[in-house]
Design a protein around this ligand. Structure first.
Ligand SMILES: NC(=O)c1ccc[n+]([C@@H]2O[C@H](COP(=O)([O-])OP(=O)(O)OC[C@H]3O[C@@H](n4cnc5c(N)ncnc54)[C@H](OP(=O)(O)O)[C@@H]3O)[C@@H](O)[C@H]2O)c1
Length: 293
């Protein structure tokens, strides 16, 4: 089982991408170039990261043509009304210095802008040629189901926090029912205790891999799961994509998944939606904005 891409509604997305949150300026350009030269073909940025110009420069400096890179950007939750949305996308394209991105995401759902308006703007951006594929990020199962119903074009993914310390069974089940990918952000839970504890440390020893490689292998060995680790360290960037030469057993996958009962969430803000209950097999029902159509 060594799939290096996920195909969802015609979007062929590399299962390991390079995350760029917190990377800025020349460092961001150099690390994006390095990641591509190491074999990454999927780069994740966002208008909010304040690094799109540097990310675009890194892609151009690499040895790989733009058309071979799957590039994602996102629109921040304060820009989800139609005119703000389209303005944000056009500004992103200008900063990246590209004529389109491969995937455009709604970064977080809004508590004030009607979802129908935002999903309409997302579709309009695709119709205008600004993006090849569309999707969302940080949607709960109820919002995701509603967004799919509102969208003319298929939504190819929901980018959410997912790592061994945070069970996402509800979203994994919902996404699979909707034939969508889950793109895991904070896929390494930013390191720390996860790496030194069992079973990750024990499996790292068994396979002669680093704890990060065990966790990333666990990510991509799941159906329709894609991971976008970030690192500022050139050796770790290279290491994080070298995960296709070994396979975890069913029991080992289950042992890592069992850590999800910790429900450790790193990204939770006052604008977050109500998160799905851990382990629930049915989508949550609470609408984020009951007034929205
Ligand atoms: N949609 C959203 O709302 C959202 C939210 C958060 C993140 N994201 C995206 O997801 C990406 C990844 O998430 P993240 O950056 O928060 O967390 P992450 O990738 O889970 O963790 C990054 C941390 O792990 C360390 N690390 C990376 N590779 C390692 C390795 N092989 N061994 C040991 N430590 C390692 C890095 O340290 P070093 O730099 O020292 O290697 C860094 O401190 C972001 O960059 C961003 O693109 C999206």
């Amino acid at each position: 089982m060594n799939k290096t891409t996920v195909n969802t509604h015609g979007a062929i997305i590399p299962t390991i991408g390079f995350g760029t949150w917190t990377l800025r300026d020349q460092q961001a350009s150099q690390l994006v170039k390095h990641a591509i030269d190491c074999g990454y073909r999927h780069i994740d940025t966002a208008a909010m990261y304040d690094n799109e110009q540097a990310v675009g420069a890194g892609i151009r400096a690499s040895s790989t043509a733009r058309e071979n890179i799957f590039l994602t950007t996102k629109v921040w939750h304060t820009n989800l009304a139609e005119s703000d949305f389209l303005h944000s996308v056009e500004a992103s394209l200008k900063r990246l210095d590209v004529d389109h991105v491969d995937l455009l995401l709604v970064h977080w759902p809004s508590k004030t802008t009607p979802l129908a308006e935002t999903i309409g703007a997302l579709n309009k951006a695709a119709a205008m040629g600004h993006t090849t594929h569309i999707g969302v990020s940080n949607f709960n199962a109820a919002l995701l189901t509603e967004a799919v119903q509102l969208s003319e074009r298929p939504l190819v993914c929901n980018q959410i926090e997912y790592h061994p310390m945070l069970s996402q069974n509800t979203m994994l089940n919902t996404s699979r029912q909707l034939h969508m990918a889950v793109v895991s952000y904070c896929p390494l839970c930013r390191g720390g205790e996860l790496f030194s504890g069992n079973p990750v440390a024990m499996l790292a020893q068994k396979y002669g891999k680093s704890p990060a490689q065990i966790v990333l292998r666990w990510q991509v060995q799941q159906d329709n799961v894609i991971a976008i680790p970030r690192s500022t360290n050139t050796e770790r960037i290279a290491q994080n994509i070298e995960i296709y030469d070994f396979e975890l057993s069913v029991e080992e996958m289950q042992a890592i998944s069992a850590l999800g009962s910790h429900q450790k969430r790193l990204c939770d803000f006052d604008f977050s939606p109500q998160w799905d209950l851990p382990g629930s097999k049915t989508p949550g029902t609470r609408r984020l904005n009951p007034q929205a159509p």
